[in-house]
Design a protein. Structure first.
Length: 274
């Protein structure tokens, strides 16, 4: 009994937050074993789980599958065209995601606390206003914005056995609720909470370069590949990985395996400063 108490006390005193971004496209594919692994890790480490919503949003309404639902700015970056109605739909699917995650973790002994990023956790800067429509750049109102600040004090209960589930919306300087990229939000939260590792759980096992899986890569090399060859979701993940490292996170791991295996670097792609 004494040894168990000592182990628990040490874990509580020394553990740093484990930040995990869970892609909305792979939530339904997580096995009971994946959730068992996450809960076991969470018994000794504070958890911050940042969720995506891409697949649930597409399933909610067919309009989100249409090409017009995605904008591309003058720099080539993609963004969901976000209006107040889209924010409302994001919150609707996030409620469903919250119920699923809460049920799966609480029955494994982990308490779950939901946080909407726009409720004092994540602040966003001014959004890009010029977007391509066909072959023309058009000024559009799009409720998105780059993350400028994370207030870690909003996460007051970072302790083993407890998980914060974050919906990555943000609040801009005008007080508007805006959409942010979930990978980049996870990177900002990991940096602000002094996490040593950020885990980006997705539906692919590794980063692929020229068709070959990459086990380990520097942030500079990852950024170079991002700008010359990465596409879609992986491009955003590599941008998020670079931002996490710039914020002091030691390692970013991208993959589809259980969290403990990704953190142990037995699978996935590891991105480090050098």
């Amino acid at each position: 009994m004494t040894a168990a108490l000592n182990h628990e006390t040490t874990a509580t005193a020394t553990a740093t937050a484990t930040v995990v971004k869970l892609g909305g496209s792979c939530l339904d594919d997580m096995s009971d074993g994946w959730w068992d692994d996450l809960a076991e890790h969470g018994r000794y480490n504070p958890l911050v789980l940042v969720h995506g919503w891409s697949k649930p949003l597409r399933e909610l309404n067919p309009r989100y599958t249409e090409p017009s639902a995605i904008l591309r700015d003058r720099y080539g970056n993609q963004s969901r065209w976000t209006t107040p109605e889209v924010i409302a739909d994001i919150k609707t699917v996030s409620e469903d995601i919250g119920r699923i995650v809460t049920e799966r973790l609480t029955r494994r002994g982990i308490t779950v606390e939901r946080v909407i990023g726009s409720d004092g956790l994540v602040q966003a800067g001014e959004a890009e206003r010029w977007w391509w429509q066909g072959k023309q750049l058009v000024e559009l109102e799009n409720l998105v914005g780059p993350i400028t600040e994370v207030t870690p004090g909003r996460l007051t209960n970072l302790k083993p056995g407890h998980c914060y589930l974050v919906t990555p919306l943000a609040r801009n300087a005008a007080g508007q609720e805006v959409n942010t990229d979930a990978d980049r939000a996870a990177a900002a939260i990991a940096g602000a909470s002094a996490a040593a590792v950020l885990t980006l759980v997705t539906d692919v096992e590794h980063l692929l370069i020229d068709g070959e899986p990459v086990r380990r890569i520097s942030a500079d090399a990852a950024a170079d590949f991002r700008d010359r060859g990465a596409t879609g979701g992986m491009r955003k993940k590599l941008r998020a990985a670079g931002e996490a490292v710039d914020r002091g996170v030691l390692r970013v791991v991208i993959g589809s395996a259980p969290v403990s295996r990704l953190i142990a670097e037995s699978t996935g792609t590891v991105i480090t400063r050098s």
